[in-house]
Design a protein around this ligand. Structure first.
Ligand code: FMN
Length: 164
């Protein structure tokens, strides 16, 4: 992958919103074929992303500090403990949307041996490697899996069982 393309992806990532703009993330850009192969071997059994993990020119490891977003002076300030996952979702979405805009394919991968992958990528204590995003040139354009209809999950003014 051309370095300008990778820079475009990372610049899009950089602009993601985050809790208090704390930007609790770290990204590891994995390029070596051997490392991508090892990561592919760490995915859950029959994970559909296994082949692209190995074939993609780059895999982005999305890491975060779990004790920044939603915490103030070390204290959790809302009922949710894991706002960092929200921030990591947002940065991941920015990466995937930019990849799509550039004609690249990507997939967020969350089902793998996290401990082994953290060890491989030397993620320091206090940070968590949450997802891996292989990004590359798709050999075909798959149609999007079906989505729930708006009327099924959008509720106007009050929550209603019918969704209308
Ligand atoms: C948090 C998260 C984890 C995911 N983990 C995996 C995974 O381990 N393997 C995989 O093939 N896809 C994974 N996906 C991709 C979803 O299956 C995919 O986004 C969904 O089926 C919709 O397809 P689309 O993104 O092509 O529209 C994950 C998506 C998210 C948001």
């Amino acid at each position: 992958m051309a370095s300008e393309v990778l820079t475009d992806l990372l610049e899009a990532a950089r602009m993601a919103p985050s809790w208090g703009n704390l930007q609790c993330w770290e990204l590891v850009v994995v390029r070596a074929a051997e490392d991508k192969k090892t990561l592919a071997g760490l995915l859950s059994k029959k994970n559909p992303a296994t082949k692209c993990m190995e074939m993609a020119p780059v895999v982005i490891g999305v890491c975060g500090n779990p004790l920044k977003s939603g915490y103030y002076n070390g204290q959790q300030v809302t009922r949710y403990q894991h706002w960092f996952l929200y921030d990591l979702g947002l940065i991941s979405q920015n990466i995937c949307l930019k990849a799509f805009e550039l004609g690249l394919g990507s997939v967020i991968v969350g089902s793998f041996d996290h401990n082994a992958a953290e060890e491989l990528l030397r993620i320091p204590a206090g940070l968590e490697l949450v997802s891996l995003i292989p990004i590359g040139y798709p050999d075909h354009a798959p149609s999007a899996p079906s989505r729930r209809a708006l009327g099924d999950f959008v509720h106007y003014d009050r929550f209603t069982e019918s969704g209308t």
